[in-house]
Design a binder for this molecule. Structure first.
Ligand code: KIV
Ligand code: ZN
Length: 406
């Protein structure tokens, strides 16, 4: 994997636009330190003109978080750009991120600006931002619904005025991976190698991660993501999904230490009070949970049977077994062995029958204590489990501590 793709994290800006979420400046600084530690290239710290709190958070992050680019967002408006520059004053590597809606929908319905006015505004604002900092990103908001020749005019205006990065947001999440990948490829060819083309995908059709990966395959050198995929409406492409996909499929180097994604996800969920959906990829509570007997048996024999992403790789505690009437003998026997029992096949049968009786009438999963009671009732009190666990016959078999009961 010789190619590197920059991770531009916008949890603190686009992520904070999640309905109902507010992150205090202290919390933003704490998240920014973690983002730096995990290895993102750029932290978009906020939108300074939008509130004194955001201005303060951007300024503090710019001061405290070193060796990492800090970006601040600005509309194509002089005061926004000056406020962004001011908040970024102490940053080691400041980036001003200027955006303007370029689709006809945005120009006519929202901005009431004609195309010539838009191109003029882009030129003026990008040039103004460049007078403040060396790195200016221009985002053509709603790029994916912008007529392509006009999008090229906007991009050319931004690059001629000094933009070092062009971001092509799929603002309403209307793209499919093939379409977005082709669009990125086209713009990469148009701007040439000196300008970084960036992808920014929303998840309105559940395509954000797939579109982001397609953009990387199309030549994007930067991708914009949020932790847990938080953001407006259905959210943004998720940092953890994109980084893991890039690593697992050896698409490009992201610089992200994926071992930290589970902890970072939990931290952001706690701060934002946006719980992580259980079946969410990589960081959901069920991402490494197994319920059916066939799957549990497979995991015990070799985890690669039913897991593509190894939990240890992303810092997850291990495989989790949910014990229900769909669960099998293997999981029951494994749990008994973990408690220190050495059961004969006949005893395993007996314990399993007793477990199924309990599971059949339980209104949820059978938890570890309940299963221990079932095993104890059938086989007597457990031997001291820490003394001696039965030997494993197959080196690929899960270690006892790798499987937890939910
Ligand atoms: O989704 C979007 O278009 C954005 C831009 C303002 C970058 O977040
Ligand atoms: Zn966005």
């Amino acid at each position: 994997m010789s190619r590197t793709v920059r991770i531009f994290d916008t949890t603190l800006r686009d992520g904070e636009q999640t309905p109902g979420v507010h992150i205090t400046p202290d919390q933003k600084v704490a998240i920014a330190h973690r983002l730096k530690a995990i290895g993102v290239a750029t932290i978009e710290a906020g939108f300074p003109i939008s509130s004194p709190g955001d201005r303060d958070a951007v300024a503090r992050i710019a001061r405290e978080v070193r060796s990492c680019e800090i970006a601040a967002m600005a509309r194509c408006v002089a005061q926004d750009i000056d406020a962004a520059a001011d908040a970024l004053r102490d940053a080691e590597r400041p980036v001003i991120h200027v955006f303007l809606g370029t689709s006809d929908i945005h120009l006519t319905k929202k901005l009431r600006l004609d195309r010539a006015g838009a191109v003029r505004a882009i030129r003026e604002c990008v040039a103004r931002a460049r007078r403040h900092v060396a790195d200016v990103q221009f985002s053509a908001e709603d790029a994916t619904r912008t007529e392509r020749p006009f999008l090229r005019q906007c991009i050319a205006a931004a690059v001629e005025s000094g933009a070092t990065r062009i971001n092509l947001p799929d603002t309403v999440g209307c793209m499919l991976p093939r379409e977005y990948g082709e669009m990125i490829r086209d713009v990469v060819r148009f701007v040439g190698p000196h300008v970084i083309v960036s992808a920014h995908c929303h998840n309105d059709m559940g395509m954000a991660t797939a579109n982001t990966v397609a953009a990387v395959e199309g030549g994007a050198r930067q991708v914009e993501v949020t932790v847990n995929g938080i953001g407006e409406r259905a959210g943004n492409a998720a940092l953890e999904e994109v980084a893991v996909a890039m690593a697992m499929k050896r698409i490009a180097e992201s610089g992200v230490d994926v071992q930290q994604v589970t902890a970072l996800s939990a931290h952001v969920a706690e701060v934002t009070r946006v719980p992580v959906q259980p079946n969410r990829a990589v960081v959901g509570a069920n991402a490494f949970a197994h319920s059916s007997g066939i799957h549990q048996d497979g995991i015990l024999k070799d985890p690669s049977t039913y897991e593509f992403v190894p939990p240890a790789m992303v810092g997850a505690p291990g495989h989790r077994f949910v014990m229900t009437s769909r669960s099998g003998r293997g999981a029951v026997a494994h749990h008994a062995a973990r408690m220190g029992y050495r059961l004969t096949d006949a005893q395993v049968d007996e314990v399993y029958r007793a477990f199924i009786e309990v599971a059949a009438y339980s209104d949820g999963a059978v938890d570890a204590d309940e299963l221990a009671r079932v095993i104890g009732a059938a086989c007597g009190p457990p031997p001291n489990p820490t003394q001696e666990l039965p030997p494993r016959d197959d080196p690929k078999r899960c270690r006892f501590e790798e499987v937890m009961l939910l």
